[in-house]
Ligand binder design. Structure first.
Ligand code: RTP
Ligand code: MG
Length: 159
């Protein structure tokens, strides 16, 4: 018999300041994380300075929404998670739904952004979009956590 290898991934998930402002929303979001079979490997509450925000979103420098984005992301506390799951990166992005709130309502009404998003900027959650950005973003939020080592150890354990 043949068994397909299940590839465990890590992703960075962030509850943005619009969500963290409301404890009941944080509770609901954390419940959706667990219901969807993610393992919470690390979590922390964090407040960004404006320069953290600018650094994290430097790829968007110059876009029309950049100023409001960096302002928003440094406007209050956030909660960051390292999440593990098979296919964690795309699964978390699917659970979040599209960036733009109108599109989220239209195409994915049960997604987190449809249910809790306020605007295209204050859209409740962030998620890494590739293996490379997951590693980079995890070390941005959790410099003390070695993602590659963690994954390697899990792989050994699963053998
Ligand atoms: P993300 O990077 O947060 O996972 O979201 P994404 O790829 O779906 O969206 P992206 O285009 O990378 O934008 C990053 C974040 O910028 C804010 N944004 N505001 N029109 C707007 O006001 C606007 N567009 C984007 C959102 O917070 C988005 O998540
Ligand atoms: Mg993006």
């Amino acid at each position: 018999t043949h068994r397909y290898a299940k590839v465990l991934q890590l992703t960075l998930a962030v509850l943005k300041p619009d969500a963290v402002a409301h404890p009941i929303i944080v509770e609901a979001l954390q419940q959706r994380i667990l219901e969807n079979n993610f393992i919470i490997v690390r979590s922390k509450d964090i407040v960004w300075r404006r320069r953290d925000s600018e650094k994290f979103y430097s790829e968007h420098a110059g876009r029309f929404f950049y100023q409001r984005l960096v302002e928003f992301m440094s406007s209050g506390p956030m909660r960051a998670y390292v999440l593990a799951r098979e296919d964690a990166i795309s699964s978390w992005r699917e659970l979040m739904g599209p960036t733009k709130v109108f599109r989220a309502h239209y195409t994915s009404p049960s997604s987190l952004r449809a249910q809790y998003g306020l605007t295209d900027t204050r859209n409740t959650t962030h998620g890494s979009d590739s293996v490379e950005s997951a590693l980079r973003e995890i070390s941005f939020f959790f410099p003390e956590f070695n993602a590659e080592e963690w994954l390697e150890r899990e792989k050994q354990r699963a053998r």
